[in-house]
Each structure stands twice: as C-alpha cells, then as structure tokens.
Write a protein that binds this ligand. Structure first.
Ligand SMILES: [Zn+2]
Length: 501
C-alpha cells in the first residue's frame, strides 16, 4: 500500500473543501443520524437565526458550538436529530423593512398598507437563506436545513397556540396590566430602544407628601414624587426591607412626626435639629396602614391596600426612601402590585387626560393637572414641601410629547406559580461555566415575574394570538383580524370558547 507523500506546504481551505465534498458524497451527516438507534436520542434544540441579514462572525462562533456538542454526542452513540429552523417574526424584521421603505412607526405602516408591509416582511426573512446555507456548510455545521421549521408557518403557529391552550387549562393564563412607555399623542407604546432616542431635560414638580398613619394620625410616612398626578392612583408605599428608617420630629422636639429613610433625613427635611425618636428596618414597616392622599377613584379598602409594602428596588439616592406606588404608572409599581394583590387604579384615558371620575380635572392632560393637585394637597395639609426639579425625561422621538408610563391590558403566563419547579430543574442542568447555574441564570429565575405575552410595543408581523377573552365576553365577532398572514386571517366561530379569531 502506497502512501501519498506528506507535503510541507498545506492548503487548508482546499483540504477542507475536499473533506466537505467527501461528507457530501457519502452522506456522512444523514448516516450519522440513521445509524444510531432511535431509542437512544439526544435532543438538541436549535435556537433559530433570522435570515433577514447576512450571517456574521458571531453567528459562525455560535454555530461552531452548536455543532460541537451534537457531534460529540453522536460519537458517543446517541441519535442526534438536528432540525434547522428560521426565526421569521419580531420587531427587528419590521424595523428593517420600515427603514427600507422610509417609513417610521405604526401609523406610517398602516397608511402604507399592512398587507403589503407584511408581504415585504415575509420576503425579507427569506432573503439571505442561501448565504446562511453556504456559511453553515462551509463551517462543517451539520444541520437538516431541507426540513427546517419556519416560525411563520401555520404548523409552527399552531404549536404556539397549543402551548397557550395548555397554560389556559392549567389556569396559568390571566389578563392583567402591563406598563409600557406610551405616547399620548400617537396613542401607541414605544419600545425601550425608541424610548432611549427621546430623552430631554425638563422641569417637573418635586413634592414631598405626608401620608398619615391610620393608627397614629400624628405620624406620617413621607413620600416624594415628581409626578403628582399619579398620587390619585396610589395604592401602597414601598420601603426597602434592609434600609433603616427613622421616625423623627422634624426641626426638633415637638415638630411634625415623619417616617423616612435615616440617611435621607437632612436632604429631605433640610438642615435642622431633627429629633430621632425611633429607628427600624424597612421590613418592620411592612403592613403599616396609611390614609390615601386623594379619593377620587372609589376602591374597596381591603387586604394590603394603602399599606407599606417591601421592594428591593427602593434606593436611598434621592427622595425619602419611601416610594409612592401606583401600579398603573410604573413597572416596579405594577410588579409590586401583583405581588401584594393590589388593585390597578387607572383613571387616565389613552390621550393622557383624566376620565370622568376625577372631578375638577376631567379632560385635563395629567401633567397639566399637577399644579392643581399640589394645591389640593396643600389645602388638605398633606404637602410637606414643593419645589421644582430638573431631570432627564423620555419624550416621543416622533412627536416630542412627554411619554407616560401607562398600564395596558395584557395576557400573562403565571410563571411564578411554578417557580419551585423551575429552580429544581435548574439544579439538574449541567451549566458551563458552572457559576451561571446559581449566578446569572439562577438569579434571574429567583427574581422571576409573571411573563407578559403582550401587548408587544407594536407588532404587525407576529404570531396572531387566539382570542382568549372570548370566553368571558362573548361578542359579535365577524371581522377578520390582522396578523401574520396579512389580511387573510381566522374567522371566529361565534361564541365558541375559548375560540380563535
Ligand atoms: Zn408621539
């Protein structure tokens, strides 16, 4: 048997080409799967890339890892089916097409035509599939791309619906509020990337407000806010469990009795000989009941309503260390509200004005109601101090209107109900590097909040959601709904539940 002479000059790319050709000729990948027993599987989940852009180096790196593990397992005798996939949905796809068409925002797209826009989005996700196939093949990445799944196919969407149905049947699906950055002029939510585009320095009111304790009228929680209009929707006051809070007589013995974070005393109360009566940890304040500042919005007083609640997000960098909480108008507030079962008082219409419940402020834009509301606090004897505050505040990058953090109806998966199970499963995962298990990923799991399924900031090309509200509110649904398939969508079988439309 004669061996080829070993050359001192090696052309690696050529060598690789020869190997790839050999693999192709003998069907090495297919055989590597077929020859392993079906009853000895190793399941590999391919997180699909989006093919609306050319593959980059970081994709090559990810694909190298995605090849390494299945290949190793194959060599150990496992049958590793490797199904390729393509992610076809989401805002990045839409933004790319918007840019190409010179459009900006949902209104523009609707004027242009949703059906045609969706057609172009669909087209764009197929655009670079060939580049991806070529790159993957050249990399030696074995994956079945002939039978790839596409997230825009109805068969795939059906599986999303199947998952929703399962959540529904296990009572893990509920409708609640999600707080989004909302432009009251365009009446649409903005994504965090869009919010970041429109910060401006503005002057807002900065008010310190006293909330007297129910069982001790002479002592008040001292809170601070730059959005007095949200006080109408106050349902709780949040304290940091580990921060020290002082009960003080402001200005010296016999002064107003206030509770606030010890280290913010000077800053909030001003210079003075404040007399500290007592110091407790935030956790000891939990459950203390106070009188709400405004009672425009009727609500049945029960449970944790108008009490001190706990939140790790409460800091002592400014304010009083006691955070006024209005679940309709802040993300932390909404999360805290869900945890403590607080109601969402939401008297603001999508155009940013107060609804008919708010007496003298009906129809007034919330930020313009601030001075009047501060005056009312003063008359009630609840105002400790009012001044102006210059800070950076997000504005709509499209129209310049100040954004409101504003609750919208959304569907949630109650992931917090299975938290113990999630943590238990995490223990069984072989993390590399290991610290991720209890560090980044473990932390994320432990701080788990219910997963909001929508509304997305604005998605025209997405999974059309089944109409879950139908069970509760039978309606005459004859219209066609917009979604992934452009204009052609699903008709709702009247009053069947929980139906799809
Ligand atoms: Zn706007």
């Amino acid at each position: 048997m004669a061996f080829e002479q070993v050359r001192s000059q090696v052309d690696f790319p050529k060598l690789e080409g020869e190997i790839l050709e050999l693999w192709e000729r003998i069907g090495a990948f297919e055989k590597s799967v077929e020859r392993r027993p079906e009853d000895n599987p190793f399941v590999f989940y391919e997180g699909p890339p989006t093919a609306n852009g050319r593959p980059g180096f970081h994709h090559a790196l990810a694909r190298a890892f995605k090849d390494l593990i299945p290949r190793y397992k194959t060599m150990r005798g496992y049958r590793v089916e490797r199904k390729g996939g393509w992610d076809c949905h989401g805002l990045p796809v839409e933004l790319q097409v918007e840019k190409e068409l010179g459009l900006s925002g949902k209104n523009d797209v609707e004027k242009y035509g949703v059906e045609e826009f969706n057609r172009l989005c669909r087209e764009s996700v197929f655009r670079y599939v060939e580049d991806w196939r070529e790159m993957s093949a050249r990399l030696g990445f074995w994956v079945d791309m002939d039978n790839a799944y596409w997230t825009l196919n109805n068969t795939y969407i059906e599986s999303v619906w199947w998952a929703l149905k399962n959540l529904y049947e296990r009572d893990l699906l509920y409708e609640g509020y999600k707080v989004t950055a909302h432009c009251p002029r365009d009446q649409t939510s903005l994504s965090s990337a869009e919010v970041a585009m429109g910060y401006e320095t503005v002057t807002d009111p900065s008010v310190y407000v006293k909330l007297p304790l129910v069982d001790d009228e002479n002592t008040s929680l001292l809170i601070w806010t730059t959005t007095p209009w949200t006080l109408i929707s106050n349902t709780a006051v949040a304290a940091n469990p580990d921060v020290e809070y002082a009960t003080v007589e402001a200005g010296g013995a016999g002064g107003e009795r206030l509770i606030l974070a010890r280290e913010l005393m000077e800053k909030a109360l001003g210079e003075g000989d404040h007399k500290v009566l007592e110091i407790v940890k935030g956790r000891d304040l939990e459950g203390k009941k106070y009188r709400r500042p405004f009672d425009y919005v009727p609500v049945e007083d029960s449970g944790n309503l108008f009490t001190v609640v706990l939140g790790d997000y409460v800091t002592t960098t400014e304010g009083t260390g006691l955070v006024h909480t209005a679940p309709a108008y802040g993300e932390d507030d909404a999360r805290t509200g869900r945890r403590y079962g607080l109601p969402t008082l939401h008297p603001v219409k999508p155009d940013g004005t107060f609804d008919e419940r708010i007496g003298p402020f009906v129809g007034v834009f919330v930020k313009e109601a601030d001075p009047g509301l501060v005056e009312e606090l003063r008359e009630k004897g609840l105002l400790f101090r009012a001044e102006e505050y210059e800070h950076s505040y997000p504005h709509c990058w499209r129209c310049g209107t100040p954004l409101l953090y504003y609750a919208k109806k959304a569907w949630y998966a109650r992931t917090t109900a299975v938290l113990d199970e999630l943590l238990r499963e995490n223990e069984n995962i072989n993390w590399v590097p290991e610290h991720v298990k209890w560090g980044r990923f473990g932390d994320w799991l432990r701080n788990n909040v219910d997963w909001a399924l929508g509304p997305l900031p604005r998605t025209l090309l997405g999974h059309p959601p089944p109409h879950l509200a139908l069970r509760k509110r039978p309606h005459d649904c004859n219209r066609r709904h917009r979604g992934a398939e452009g204009a052609l969508l699903y008709r709702c079988p009247r009053r069947s539940a929980p139906a799809v439309c």
